[in-house]
Design a protein around this ligand. Structure first.
Ligand code: BDR
Ligand code: CA
Length: 317
């Protein structure tokens, strides 16, 4: 049987525990050709998220170029989430120090280089505020057709998590989100509608810990850290926000999705950063996104646990 062609991807995120787990899954699943990693300001400032990105890449053996992203959202000052991820943006287990220099290009320049040079269209997996992706689209509209799609974690049709209306990634930079959603590039949106159903329980992260490989220990510690915070605010498990944007590319069959038009609210008195999804098709506008609304939680957990075996096998090889 011929091997499935790998999906060329750029990983753009603000690690962040769930970004880190998403990247760990992306590396382990064997389905992606990771062309570049770009850091975003979000969970922590750009210096910290870039440092975290470099440490994660060393840990999991991603040797693609890593570029620093935009330091600020388009209009508003940066907003971070130390209450969720700690002061470092990735508190918890000790990570190896970066072993390779940062790219001399910034995130937008590296995206442009990688996308223009790659033969096939590239998928951008964006798990932080959309500042880099939007800046790239504005700077290089001629390369839009070379983006296969943008698989993003952001928003929520039915609820927010940072305000009643807005999810964190979209709230941090609504103007960037608007640029992305109005770009015409196909969007796969993993918002809170699905990510809050993709819960990982202690029994799941204990299964990962039991694998006893160098990465599984750290992933289970990240999951436990994320679980403890979320338990304190009433969740039954750790919501796998960012891993949904990766898992939906490799196992779409475990998700429920609906194409719809999504507008980004940038002005509302109470609703800035909201993702307004036309669930009932009332606007007459064509869908601009495939919105993920549900997931088979047990299958999600099993695939995540299973993927982490890679790091034991990689070490043996
Ligand atoms: C999103 O916000 C961040 O804290 C997470 O990393 C995720 O990308 C969830 O709202
Ligand atoms: Ca994130």
């Amino acid at each position: 049987m011929s091997e499935q062609k790998k999906i060329p991807v750029i990983l753009d995120g603000d690690p962040g525990h769930d970004d880190a787990i998403a990247w760990t899954l992306a590396r382990a699943c064997g389905r992606f050709d990771i062309l570049a990693v770009t850091s975003a300001a979000g969970n922590c400032g750009i210096e910290k998220s870039t440092y975290n990105a470099r440490r994660i890449c060393r840990l999991i053996g991603i040797d693609a170029p890593i570029a620093k992203g935009c330091p600020q959202p388009f209009i508003e000052p940066a907003m971070n989430a130390p209450s969720v991820h700690g002061e470092s943006g990735l508190d918890g287990p000790v990570l190896p120090e970066p072993d390779r220099p940062l790219s001399e290009l910034n995130a937008v320049e590296l995206m442009a280089k990688v996308i223009s040079e790659n033969e096939d269209p590239v998928t951008v997996v964006s798990t932080g505020p959309l500042t880099n992706t939007a800046a790239f689209l504005l700077a290089h509209p001629e390369l839009k057709s070379k983006i296969a799609r943008i698989s993003l974690m952001g928003g929520g049709i039915s609820t927010g998590n940072w305000t009643p209306a807005a999810e964190f990634n979209i709230l941090v930079d609504p103007e960037a989100a608007k640029t992305v959603f109005e770009s015409g590039v196909p969007i796969l949106m993993a918002g809170l509608d699905v990510t809050e159903k993709a819960l990982i329980f202690p029994s799941d992260f204990e299964r990962i810990r039991a694998l006893q490989n160098p990465v599984s220990d750290i992933v289970s510690a990240w999951l436990e850290f994320f679980y403890i915070f979320h338990k304190s605010i009433g969740y039954a498990g750790a919501p796998m926000h960012d891993p949904c944007a990766v898992m939906a590319l490799i196992h779409p069959e475990i998700f429920r999705m609906q194409p719809m038009h999504v507008d980004i609210e940038t002005c509302g008195e109470y609703s800035r950063g909201a993702t307004i999804g036309d669930v009932l098709g009332l606007s007459g506008k064509e869908p601009n996104a495939t919105v993920i609304l549900g997931v088979d939680r047990d299958a999600f957990a099993d695939y995540l646990v299973d993927a982490m075996k890679f790091y034991g096998e990689a070490k043996k090889a």
